[in-house]
Design a protein around this ligand. Structure first.
Ligand code: NAD
Length: 363
């Protein structure tokens, strides 16, 4: 069976990593008919929007996409295309596994956790009001009237909606994921001591959902304590579920625990679509270098193969990546201590080594 899949090459280092990934996937023997859709800053120049409708239509039609990273201007300019894709397709569950691989320098041993990040709510709804705007004056007056105190006049303000609906479906998903993956514990991460009506609500809903899944252990932890615990003893965590912004921050932290962004894959899952992409961004200063690590993208592709039911190919790819990492001979610079950088290979050479380690495909 041929799978029709949308491919968004992304920008910065995205196109070189997706090209290597396409080559490796072809070598797994899984038949994929790629529908390539460009998006981002370059498309903005030619089509007037960084996210043309054709991209979303393609993802909706195919139901599955593999995506390279896309640059978001900092502070000004267009809003994040990555966030827009997640919201438009309602791929509400971001799944970001972090596990220790032998041979990866700087990786703590025995880590095997997964971050489940809510993908559609909180600060990421992007409802912000500029400092000095009449809306901020109105909001200050509103807060004074309803809460009895305002805030500094020269503030910018962001809204942070967290709903029962959004919290329930992400925590439900976390328990479903735990059960399907044979995991034992779900930890809800929050700041409910300070943010009583948003994170407090998230925690209340998480506890209610957990009470219907008593076969899986449930705990909760305040986000700052979770950061310290992750750095000191990450092995204690299994499935971690959390609101959007904490998931963004903790997934980079967790990538750092196991060797860096070069080895951190991810998936965005919803009822009708799934988009697979690495945790890392477009690293624009390395664009065209051909030296970046394809592992995160390849492991995201392996998650995609599982999703489309190609479990044997997915496991074969995961094992091939593991072998190449463990051997440490054909790896990119980020996977070597500084003293050994001279023997680093290119993205394509690492992809070749992974292809050579794949199980033989019978015709
Ligand atoms: P980044 O993840 O792009 O890069 C940070 C650093 O991580 C790089 O300088 C590099 O040293 C390392 N790195 C990243 N990917 C690597 C790889 N495959 N191999 C080896 N090393 C790797 O983060 P940034 O510089 O903060 O963001 C750059 C742009 O990417 C921004 O515009 C940001 O908005 C965007 N971004 C996009 C996504 C996405 O598309 N989902 C995610 C994160 C950031």
């Amino acid at each position: 069976m041929t799978h029709r899949i949308t491919l968004i090459p992304g920008d910065g280092i995205g196109p070189e990593l997706t090209a290597a990934t396409q080559r490796v996937l072809a070598a797994t023997g899984v038949a994929i008919d790629w529908e390539v859709q460009t998006a981002g800053a370059d498309v903005m120049a030619s089509e007037g929007t960084p996210l043309p409708a054709r991209v979303l239509d393609s993802l909706r039609r195919n139901g599955v996409g593999l995506k390279g990273p896309l640059t978001t201007p900092v502070g000004t300019g267009f809003r994040s295309v990555n966030v827009a894709i997640r919201t438009e397709l309602d791929v509400f569950a971001s799944v970001r596994p972090s596990r220790s691989y032998a041979g990866v320098p700087g990786s703590m041993s025995g880590v095997d956790l997964v971050i489940i990040r809510e993908n559609t709510e909180s600060e990421y709804v992007g409802i912000e009001f500029a400092q000095g705007s009449p809306e901020v004056t109105e909001l200050r007056a509103f807060a004074e009237r309803h809460v009895g105190r305002g805030f500094r006049e020269d503030s910018g303000v962001a809204l942070r909606p967290i709903s029962v609906t959004g919290s329930r479906r992400i925590v439900e998903y976390a328990f479903r994921h735990a059960r399907e993956q044979g995991r034992r514990k779900v930890t809800a991460i929050h700041k409910a001591n300070i943010l009583k009506h948003t994170d407090g609500l998230f925690l209340e809903v998480a506890r209610a959902v957990a009470s219907a899944h008593r076969d899986i252990e449930f705990t909760d932890m305040i986000v700052d304590a979770a950061c310290m615990n992750l750095v000191q003893r990450p092995q204690q965590f299994d499935v971690m579920v959390m609101p959007n912004l904490y998931g963004d921050i903790l997934s980079d932290l967790c990538a750092g625990l196991v060797g860096g962004l070069g080895v951190a894959p991810g998936a965005n899952l919803g009822e009708r679509a799934a988009v697979f992409e690495p945790v890392h961004g477009s690293a624009p200063s390395f664009k065209g270098s051909g030296l970046m690590n394809p592992t995160a993208m390849l492991l995201s592709a392996a998650m995609m193969l599982h999703h489309i039911g190609e479990h044997d190919a997915a496991r074969g790819l995961e094992r091939a990546v593991e072998q190449v990492l463990a051997a440490g001979r054909a790896v990119t610079r980020d996977l070597l201590p500084p003293a050994e950088h001279a023997r680093a290979v290119t993205t394509e050479q690492m992809a070749d080594a992974i292809i050579a380690a794949l199980p033989v495909v019978r015709a």
